[in-house]
Design a protein around this ligand. Sequence first.
Ligand SMILES: [Zn+2]
Length: 506
Amino acid sequence: MTSRLLCTLILFSLFLSPLFAQKRKNSAVLPEAKLSQAEAAMHLRFLASDELAGRMTGTAGNDAAARYIAEQFRMLGVKKVQGAADYYQSVPLVKTAPPLDGYIVIGRDTLKEGDDVFNQGGGLRTQSRLVFAGYGLEDEDYKSIDAKGKIVAVQFGLPEQARTNFTKLRRDKSKVAARNGAVGMIELFGDSAPFPWTAVGFQLRRPSMTLADTVSDASKTFPVFLAHDAGGRFSEMLKKESGVTASVSSAGVKRENVMSQNVIGVIEGSDAKLKSEYVLLTAHFDHIGAGAQFGATPADTIFNGARDNGMGTVALLSAAKAFAEQPPARSVILVALTGEEVGLLGSSYYAAHPLVPLSQTVFNLNTDGAGFADTSIVTVIGLGRTSADDDIAAGSKFAGLTAMSDPVPEQGLFDRSDNVSFAAQGIPAPTFSPGFRQFDAEIQRYYHKPQDEAKDDFNFSYLLRYSKAFVHTARLVANRPLRPQWKAGDKYEAAGKKLYGEMKKQ
Ligand SMILES: [Zn+2]
């Protein structure tokens, strides 16, 4: 027996031994199948802990969550992305707080700041003629009036009560007003507005945040007021009389620069050709903070955000772990987003300042949710809208879950989470959500409430299955031979064609 034959025989018997068989079987098991519930629970318990105080954008608790994610990336061997500092992409924000006092007198009515009127811009102390410019949407609306040196009044929102981003619309209207020589603008909120004045007050009394680079110097100083026009009395008066005056006294809003951060890492794909294409995985890690806000009780004022969006953040960390161990064909960018709760700011910033060209970013799988009521499913907002449906179904099945499509399309959830920042650019971008079939009491119980915690009664087994479904879906998409596309006729199909150019039919 030659030594060579002996070697072969030994190897052969080893191959047949149960030990080796076991080893071979294990090496075929994907890393996402081996994710541990204890580890997922550890991540969630930390992210949703009282110590992080609700992870509000711009607070120490939010920064600590970002640090935790970055150190996980480092430990797992996730690579840094060029253009990021360490694993951080700085997101410069401006925090705006309404002025504490101030008033506007129109005719015989006095409107009090914080009550009947909200200043959204710079300070103004003057008495001036008040001119009416309809909705004030374009220069055309100023054709028959002389707004120079005067305060201009415009009607709230759009004709036909169409819904839109009213804050942005107000900013756009103020630019037209400034261009036409007005010294300030009052937007009159009448009874035909699509929501009540009390809702406006609830929102505008709180400080708000915007991306620093979307606020121009001019819009910081131009005085813009939103005023309650109960019964339409001011707009009616302005339509009939020409000598109406307004006295205004307001210090303007207080602005403060705030620096927050997205946490970004990349895992290079295993396929020489496909690795130049990227699957973007996103989850916002910020939440709504702590303090005396709606839902707080004397016993608990910390909004821990375990479900929203601690769960999604855990799913993202699970993806980092599984893909660092065994990368898929395409490359994967992992982005933990800040500023979602204050207006999708982290995702808007990344979409405007991508660290990998968006045209090479073939898909975004976002994870976000309010809570869950059905632990046999994942609810995928955007299922049915891209050619990745089969991957989403198979990825969910891998974790023993069924993928369900958006149960409440009338709520417009697709356009209310971070995925829309990428969809609007043309990237096919569904959002994974923990299982729900409607906005029922079970969801409301936790949604933006201090009760959204990760205590012993939390369903950590579902957290693990949810994370597995997210990771495996991402793997299937990153491995598929042809990149996913929007379905024909989708509202974002045209944006996709613009971003990627026309592609051959799949
Ligand atoms: Zn969320």
